[in-house]
Design a protein around this ligand. Structure first.
Ligand code: GLN
Length: 235
């Protein structure tokens, strides 16, 4: 166990908080505390510097305008890129995934630079994807569940692996879901994703702690997962 507090950076919740993804920070914090590890959430706003010294960074989803604002801010601030270059885990959802990529083409018709932490580019699809999303993950066994609500269609380059293969829903738009490069993960799963997918939460925590966290039995989470997975299948 670490002797110091794990500090979870929640990036720009005022603009990347539309879809409830800030809950991912609470989930990680609680999963650490329930195992006896001190942890705290450090919100980082548009008026704060971005420290490069936190243990993990989270980005949520947001509307198109908010996404451009967040991308411009995070490119200029550099702290997130420095942390990621040092191997610190980063987890981005939807707009967060698109910002972590190299480029995204907005519905405004303008090409915007991302942070280049994932080898992925995004352009608008002809239809918005609004659905439950189920994917078969590459890095662990438990199926990934969440909901998606996005127009963007994401193409990975060779330096990013998919997070999973789509079973139901759209994901990236090519049968894959999300992107992974080193300790940087992007996904289209809202939910919040880490509440619905404890294996994904614990993968991130294993990177933070340097070893797999000890098992945590939470029957409520299993009930939630079973309900969501069967709800999508019965439609
Ligand atoms: N604006 C982006 C899109 O529509 C991201 C949406 C989101 O974060 N849910 O693709």
């Amino acid at each position: 166990m670490r002797d110091s507090t794990v500090r979870i950076g929640l990036l720009l919740p005022e603009v990347l908080g539309t879809y409830g993804d800030s809950g991912n920070a609470q989930v990680l914090c609680k999963r650490l505390q329930w195992r006896g590890q001190d942890a705290e959430v450090v919100p980082i706003s548009l008026s704060s510097p971005v420290p490069s010294t936190l243990d993990l960074y989270l980005l949520g989803g947001g509307e198109d305008g908010a996404q451009v604002l967040a991308a411009d801010f995070l490119r200029a601030a550099t702290g997130l890129r420095r942390a990621a270059a040092a191997g610190t885990p980063v987890f981005g959802v939807c707009a967060g995934l698109q910002i972590l990529g190299t480029r995204f083409h907005g519905v405004d018709g303008v090409d915007h630079s991302g942070l280049g932490l994932l080898d992925a580019t995004t352009k608008p699809a002809s239809r918005r994807a609004v659905s439950e999303l189920v994917a078969s993950p590459e890095l662990f066994d438990a199926p990934l569940t969440g909901f998606e609500n996005h127009q963007g269609e994401t193409t990975r380059g060779p330096d990013s692996a998919p997070l999973g293969r789509v079973v139901r829903g759209t994901g990236n738009g090519d049968g894959t879901e999300g992107a992974v490069t080193g300790h940087v993960i992007g996904t289209y799963l809202h939910g919040p994703a880490l509440a619905r997918n404890p294996a994904l939460a614990d993968l991130l925590l294993s990177w933070v702690l340097g070893h797999p966290p000890k098992p945590l039995e939470l029957s409520e989470v299993e009930v939630l997962r079973a309900e969501r997975l069967s709800a999508r299948r019965s439609r």
